[in-house]
Design a protein around this ligand. Sequence first.
Ligand SMILES: O=P(O)(O)OC[C@H]1O[C@H](O)[C@H](O)[C@@H](O)[C@@H]1O
Length: 339
Amino acid sequence: MAAPPPSSPSPPPAAAAAATQQTQPQPQPQTPFYELVKGNSGLEKVLLRGTRGFSAEVYLYGAQVTSWKNDHAEELLFVSSKAIFKPPKAIRGGIPICFPQFGTHGNLEQHGFARNRLWTIDDNPPPLPVNPAIKSFVDLILRPSDEDLKIWPHSFEFRLRVALGPNGDLSLTSRIRNTNTDGRSFSYTFAYHTYFSVSDISEVRVEGLETMDYLDNLKGKERFTEQGDAIVFESEIDKVYLAAPSKIAIIDHEKKRTFVLTKEGLPDAVVWNPWDKKAKAMQDFGDGEYKHMLCVEPAAVEKPITLKPGEEWKGRLALSAVPSSYCSGQLDPLKVLQG
Ligand SMILES: O=P(O)(O)OC[C@H]1O[C@H](O)[C@H](O)[C@@H](O)[C@@H]1O
């Protein structure tokens, strides 16, 4: 797809229209990095189209990625068939952003408010070093409203860039800046609550978290150490792995696909599957859908991040999906994680 270099973002539609009317000869319309369309319930979403048919979708509501497809148009993220696309409910699936609080680690609503606020497109973000091969991306921004300031009394700018790489890799880069003018620092916890689509949860294993310490949310956040081999799934799981490695692999034996998740600035990794009982209790989740999803969520939970006024934090997640022929031990997980 022809596109301008990443340093010159596409003009907003109104500016582009005005330019077309005034100038002679008429400028060639730029191919934007993205397209803005109406999604479910009339909510706006951004379409990112990469080479060879790779694509992604991001709702302005929650700045939530709800689709990431490979070059065979296969959906790689899970979104529930019962997901509700209506504020104030967060969309069930894709990549919700948990900020300024993960889970119940604080006094705010579960997972904070960023996932159920309307973000806007940021057409003039501060420069961010990018791979020049990336032609399809969008920048979104969230600033607190007066109502938000009542529940979390801190001024911030949260910029999110969602980018689709030339090989179909999806990356999310968050930049959070403390813009308090009263000299106060603030602290927050954070997660990219990524829902992966899997063939069958019983066919999946996660490599990279073995021997890690974790807090078990099903046991009052008590601390344990993971034993043995890779993680497999036979019942509900809700664990916060602490100081997890920067690469984690999710191996789907049946699909012969491995997701490789690379994280920066996010020490922890949450692993969640609600299993059958909790699935039934969630109104926006199908009874049997727990079999076809797994959340692995790069996060900063155990040690909140603190920013002084003027300071900025960056947290990045990169996802790739690679074919794997793992059936009975042929794949060396270390090669996936270190290769
Ligand atoms: O239902 P939600 O608020 O979206 O939360 C869904 C899940 O998110 C995380 O993975 C937490 O660790 C779980 O405890 C929680 O149940």
